[in-house]
Design a binder for this molecule. Structure first.
Ligand code: ARG
Length: 458
């Protein structure tokens, strides 16, 4: 029986019931619904709706139900109940009879469902932060391990200047650090309790909503009941956080797919995260990374979908809001899984030291060094830039790297060039000179690794 049967003389059409019911996805809120109900029963004592003894009985039965759903959450899916709130109430009444029917006094599923989802979000944020930390740790350890691996850095996917594999790892470490802080920010705003806002106008029982909020671990109660039952900003913020996080992971994946390509061959992925081709026996495909790259689509899709669902909704609660959950569950599950898989990919990645180094030497990625050398000899940078451009064309015509040109050949472009140019053109010098904060010099990278290790208590 639905919670609201009294006004109706006809049963719901089965197709409408299936369309309307949310149990098949909101069963994930079972624990939060029960915990919220226990707090609500305590609030009902303070306004003399329940006696102390009645509350104790309710609390005991609700705790038994909590244990049972913790052990077997799938049991909920056997039920025909409309949603998780109806399911919990039904089970309670089955257990303790008429007393269970008192629990919903002064409460609505409108404040209840948003409270449950907020409680769930708080737990999920903690899980996501720990998954992000695992990947941040893995990135830092990988950086530490590969500090000496020089490889080309790219702009426009053209070799630009040499960097190290460690510096590349730390770039993603920074992105993930911001992803984590975005979650912390979201948590601060969502940590206010809508419980006690009733259907839309507030509860008619004069309880202390701040106290109720504290019992549930929220910092305080919300200010406006109309807003509270229809606010889904936290859903949008989390979907936005997930989208940005997935954009980062997709870039990470794409970089590694390029590094793993036959053309680059900078890295080798482990058999544990690759798969073969049914036709071509030689293939080892980076499926894990491709899926991470691909799944950003559904997460950004969920954000767009939720934005459009909430847009233009009149105050206060409308059933459209039930559409918040599937988007959110799918997007956060996907983000979480991609974080775990990205960590797994890095766990036993192998770096092809020689190929990275050889590639870093190609592509005239030390051209900026030659320009800086000319600047040091008194030539204005713009002019130096032009001279080196000509030198690169000259070297290309000879199929040589800049450092392979003889002094005589180099002097054609500028007679200030002397023998001391050669050490300047080495990879070591290219790296070492970038010693200002954030640069790729081994000293800077080492200190960035140390800072990161400290932040992560590694
Ligand atoms: N299943 C609903 C949801 O997730 C619960 C609230 C239903 N409220 C109502 N007035 N029909 O939003």
């Amino acid at each position: 029986m639905a919670l609201w049967g009294g006004r109706f003389s006809q049963a719901a059409d089965q197709r409408f019931k299936h369309f309307n019911d949310s149990l098949r996805f909101d069963y994930r809120l079972a624990e939060q619904d029960i915990i919220g109900s226990i707090a609500w029963s305590k609030a009902l004592v303070t306004v003399d709706v329940l006696s102390y003894d009645e509350q104790k009985k309710l609390e005991k039965a609700l705790n038994q139900l909590l244990d049972s759903v913790r052990q077997d959450p799938q049991q909920i899916l056997q039920s025909n109940a409309e949603d998780i709130h109806s399911w919990v109430e039904q089970k309670l009444i089955e257990k303790i009879g008429d007393l269970g029917k008192k629990l919903h006094t002064g409460r609505s599923r409108n404040d209840q469902s948003t409270t449950d989802l907020k409680l769930w979000c708080k737990i999920e944020i903690a899980h996501l932060i720990s998954a992000i930390d695992q990947l941040r740790k893995r990135l830092v350890l990988t950086a530490e391990h590969y500090q000496d691996v020089v490889m080309p850095g790219y702009t426009h996917l053209q070799r630009a200047q040499p960097v190290t594999f460690a510096h590349w790892c730390l770039a993603y470490y920074e992105m993930l650090t911001r992803d984590e802080s975005r979650l912390q920010d979201t948590l601060k705003r969502l940590n206010v309790s809508p419980l006690g806002c009733g259907a839309l106008a507030g509860t008619a029982y004069p309880m202390d909503r701040d106290q109720l909020a504290n019992w549930l671990g929220f910092s305080k109660a919300t200010n406006n009941s109309l807003d509270s039952v229809s606010d889904r900003d936290h859903v949008l913020e989390l979907l936005n956080n997930a989208s940005i996080g997935m954009v980062h992971l997709s870039r990470f994946a794409e970089d590694l797919i390029i590094f793993n390509s036959g053309e680059a061959d900078f890295v080798e992925l482990s058999d544990r995260v690759t798969s073969g081709s049914s036709l071509m026996p030689q293939k080892k495909n980076p499926d894990a990374l491709e899926l991470i790259r691909g799944k950003v689509g559904r997460v950004v899709g969920a954000l767009t979908g939720a934005m459009i669902t909430f847009k233009g909704l009149p105050l206060a609660y409308n059933k459209d809001l039930q559409e918040d959950k599937e988007h959110l569950f799918d997007a956060l599950d996907t983000w979480h899984e991609c974080l775990d898989i990205a960590t797994l990919v890095l766990e036993d990645i192998k770096i092809n030291y020689q190929n990275c180094q050889d590639a870093a030497k190609q592509g005239y990625s030390n051209a900026t060094e030659l320009a800086d050398y000319l600047v040091a000899k008194g030539i204005p940078f713009r002019q130096a830039h032009h001279i080196v451009g000509e030198a690169v064309v000259g070297a290309m015509a000879k199929h040589k790297a800049l450092e392979e040109l003889t002094l005589e050949e180099l002097k054609i472009f500028s007679d200030v060039i002397e023998d001391d140019v050669y050490p300047i053109l080495s990879l070591e010098s290219c790296l070492a000179k970038r010693s200002a904060k954030g640069g790729v010099s081994p000293i800077q990278v080492k200190s960035a690794i140390e800072n990161a290790k400290q932040q992560l208590s590694l």
